[in-house]
Design a protein around this ligand. Structure first.
Ligand SMILES: CC(C)(COP(=O)(O)OP(=O)(O)OC[C@H]1O[C@@H](n2cnc3c(N)ncnc32)[C@H](O)[C@@H]1OP(=O)(O)O)[C@@H](O)C(=O)NCCC(=O)NCCS
Length: 199
């Protein structure tokens, strides 16, 4: 598998995804603050989120990208590129077995428009076509039905459940693990192209 990807923006029908720049702190912080009630139940990093956390995330993200540890993208609408819509990431978890993982969130006032699925489709394309992954995984907390729906829409297969995988405050959450194999991606990719989501 490849260990690095280029840092130019990628496009979908409606979205641009690009690596973070230091100047994105304020836009991302604003988006998280405006979405905190929907993020906190599922994502441990949302607890105690402030500008300092946003700053550290972006600093870490720039470093992780240059070292090939993770590729985090800010999601922007092509027709409103200054507004942070959410994050999507793809990162290798096993070089030996060419396995990676994807993750995402969408700001609350932009959900329900298909942006989560659209941005994640593009991140999957990076995983399979730029990083040459054999398998891409996705972990979803049990009960997160909107995220389950993204996995289903994208054609992921559920592999099983990990018990007490993440602690959110005093609560332990089980996670389901979903995956797509490279040979399955090529079928999905033809569908996404036919629908015009990606080129
Ligand atoms: C999960 C999340 C990314 C979805 O983003 P989105 O842009 O709304 O996603 P999409 O519009 O592509 O798809 C969401 C799907 O879930 C469905 N959905 C949303 N809420 C639902 C609910 N309560 N019950 C059933 N389906 C639901 C939508 O109808 C849509 O399906 P459809 O296209 O078949 O109508 C967003 O809500 C989010 O960021 N949540 C908080 C953080 C998070 O959970 N991140 C993922 C961690 S694995």
């Amino acid at each position: 598998m490849a260990t690095h990807v280029h840092s130019q923006p990628r496009y979908t029908k409606r979205l641009m995804i690009r690596p973070f720049k230091r100047r994105d702190v304020a836009a991302m912080h604003e988006a998280v603050k405006a979405s905190i009630d929907d993020l906190q139940p599922w994502l441990p990093w949302a607890e105690g989120y402030d500008r300092g956390v946003a700053q550290r995330f972006i600093r870490e993200s720039v470093g992780a990208w240059s070292e090939g540890r993770a590729f985090d993208f800010t999601i922007r609408a092509i027709d409103d590129p200054n507004r942070h819509i959410g994050n999507v990431s793809v990162w290798p978890t096993s070089q030996q077995n060419s396995i990676g993982e994807v993750g995402y969130w969408i700001r609350s006032d932009e959900t329900g428009k298909g942006f989560g699925a659209e941005a994640t489709t593009r991140a999957m394309q990076i995983g399979f076509e730029e990083l040459d992954l054999h398998k891409v995984q996705l972990r979803i907390a049990v009960g997160n039905v909107a995220s389950d729906r993204i996995a289903e829409k994208l054609g992921f297969v559920m592999e099983g459940t990990l018990r007490d995988e993440v602690r959110i405050g005093a609560r332990w959450l089980d996670h389901t693990v979903w995956s797509m194999l490279e040979r399955e991606w090529w079928t999905q990719r033809d569908r996404h192209r036919a629908e015009g989501t990606i080129s």
